[in-house]
Structures are given as structure tokens and as C-alpha cells.
Design a protein around this ligand. Structure first.
Ligand code: PDD
Length: 279
């Protein structure tokens, strides 16, 4: 039987997983996380997710050493082999004796993981609406931190405007979505912003770049200006839970012919095939 949650060395039903109110994750959002898809029990691009996790941990100076094999031993009992799921893995700086912004002298990191079914994203075939909003986040967007208040407020603002995602803009250039990376087809070239402190280096983004390379789709990692994106023939949003979502309307203006474009059709097919081969 698969288990539903893991907390500090124990497997237990999700509703029974409890952490102290003095946990720094609860008090400060002092932690990092990963979202790792698993198709029929196989963790997708696991080494890449672990590399990003270790990078997030070292950026916030949280010391936790586990090998890939140790992580597999922790996470695999949560998976089912008969469906598509994702693991949410969170590590915080742990429980401190009092609330103090500076790091506690001694604290054991809290390690929590849960597993959920991936719900098919029904709008993938028709496309979604998006709006552009000012990127109000910090300089460490490459760290997958649990401190997500800015992202939450931006996504909520988009939803209240009838859109599925906020496309974030900093100094007239697009960075990424509130919880996704961005690609745009401009003059026939697939473009995505380069990795930097302004974006999360998405694993889905990495796979798409590899597939574009293999299939000889012209692509470029380069800045995308707000003016350019408004005239893109295709825009896509990418993430582990939603995969590749075409945007068919941006700020009330139609993108392309208002339907998912041909380069998306091709890439989505390549991505679905690639996923099937995960073992
Ligand atoms: N978020 N950028 C941001 C800000 C994100 O939150 C995410 C994913 C991505 C895409 O990364 P990846 O392809 O590795 O999922 C980019 C996850 C799904 C979340 O917070 O739930």
C-alpha cells in the first residue's frame, strides 16, 4: 500500500502530519521546496530536481546531506505505479526555541513530503488567457523558496482578471509566470529568457530546450521585451504540474489566430512522447 505523507522519518496519513508553530517554515517561510512529477511510479528527471533542491538549500545556507539514493528511499514509498502523480517536498530550517530572524544555533531541518494525483489540465488543448503584471519579487527567484507571498498575490490578481496566469515583467522585459516559465515564438524562433536570479530554472523548461535542440526547432535563450511578446505568434507557460500550456490571449489581445499554434502542437507531442519513455 502506498503511503500518503512523510514527515521527519515517519510515514503517516496526511491529516495526521503536524509541525510545531515554532517551525521556521511556519513563522518565516524559512524553507525551500520541490515539485517532482512521477509517471506511473517513475520520478521524472529526478537528478535535475535534486540538483535544483541542493542549489536552493545551499543558497539559503541550510545544511542537509542526503544522497540521491537516500532521497529515493524516502520518496518512492509515496508513489503509486498505476497513475500520474507529483511529490511535494519541503525542507525548512526546523523548530527553534524562540522566534528570532537570525538562524538558531541548533535546529534539525524539518523534512516533509506528500504525494498528489496530477489532475489533467483541461485547458491545455484550447489555450488560456494571461495578463502581464509588474514583477514585484526579490533577487533570488532562482531559489525555490517556500516564501511565495508575491507569487500568490500576482497569481490571484491574474485570476481575478479572468486569466490563468500572470506573466511577470521587470524593466520592460518578461521574466516568467507566477508559477511557470515562459516561451514565445517570435519571428519563427522559439525564445525563452536565460536563467538568472530573476527566474526559477524550470525542469520543464530544460526538457523543452533539449527537445527543441534534438528536433532542430530554431530556439534562443534570450531576453524577451514586453513589446516583442505582444506580437509573438505563440506564447507558452511551462511547469511540472501543467506541462506546456499555450496562451491564446494576452492582456485582452489575441495571440496568433487565438488557437494553440503549430510549434506548440509539435512540442507538446514531443513532450508527451518523452514522458512516456520515463523509467
Ligand atoms: N512551480 N517558475 C516558477 C516561479 C515556478 O513556481 C515554477 C513551478 C516554474 C516551473 O518549474 P518546473 O518546470 O521545474 O516545474 C517556474 C511549481 C510547479 C509550484 O510551485 O507548484
Amino acid at each position: 500500500m502506498n503511503k500518503t505523507a512523510y514527515l521527519n522519518g515517519e510515514y503517516l496519513p496526511l491529516a495526521e502530519a503536524k509541525v510545531s508553530v515554532l517551525d521556521r517554515g511556519f513563522l518565516f517561510g524559512d524553507g525551500v521546496y520541490e515539485v517532482i512529477p512521477a509517471y506511473r511510479g517513475h520520478l521524472f528527471r529526478f537528478d535535475d530536481h535534486l540538483r535544483r533542491l541542493n542549489n536552493s538549500l545551499s543558497n539559503i545556507r541550510l545544511v542537509l546531506h542526503k544522497t540521491a539514493e537516500q532521497w529515493r528511499t524516502v520518496l518512492e514509498p509515496l508513489l503509486s505505479t498505476d497513475r500520474d502523480q507529483y511529490i511535494y517536498l519541503q525542507i525548512t530550517r526546523g523548530v527553534a526555541p524562540t522566534r528570532d530572524h537570525a538562524f538558531p544555533e541548533h535546529a534539525e531541518p524539518t523534512v516533509f513530503a506528500m504525494c498528489s494525483d496530477i489532475k489533467p489540465f483541461t485547458e491545455r488543448e484550447t489555450g488560456v488567457k494571461a495578463v502581464t503584471l509588474d514583477d514585484s519579487r526579490w533577487d533570488l527567484c532562482h531559489v525555490k523558496a517556500t516564501t511565495l507571498l508575491a507569487n500568490i498575490l500576482l497569481r490571484q490578481q491574474a485570476v481575478e482578471q479572468g486569466a490563468a496566469e500572470a506573466i511577470l515583467v521587470k524593466n520592460d522585459y518578461v521574466t516568467e509566470g507566477a508559477a511557470s516559465n515562459i516561451f514565445a515564438v517570435i519571428d519563427g524562433v522559439l525564445k525563452t529568457p536565460e536563467t538568472s536570479g530573476e527566474i526559477l530554472p524550470g525542469i520543464t523548461r530544460e526538457v523543452i530546450i533539449e527537445l527543441a535542440q534534438k528536433d532542430q526547432i530554431p530556439y534562443q535563450e534570450a531576453p524577451i521585451s514586453l513589446a516583442e511578446i505582444k506580437h509573438a505568434s505563440e506564447i507558452w507557460l511551462t511547469s511540472s504540474t501543467r506541462e506546456i500550456i499555450p496562451v491564446v490571449e494576452l492582456d485582452g489581445q489575441r495571440i496568433g489566430n487565438g488557437k494553440p499554434g503549430p510549434i506548440w502542437q509539435n512540442m507538446n507531442q514531443l513532450f508527451q512522447q518523452y514522458k512516456q519513455n520515463v523509467s
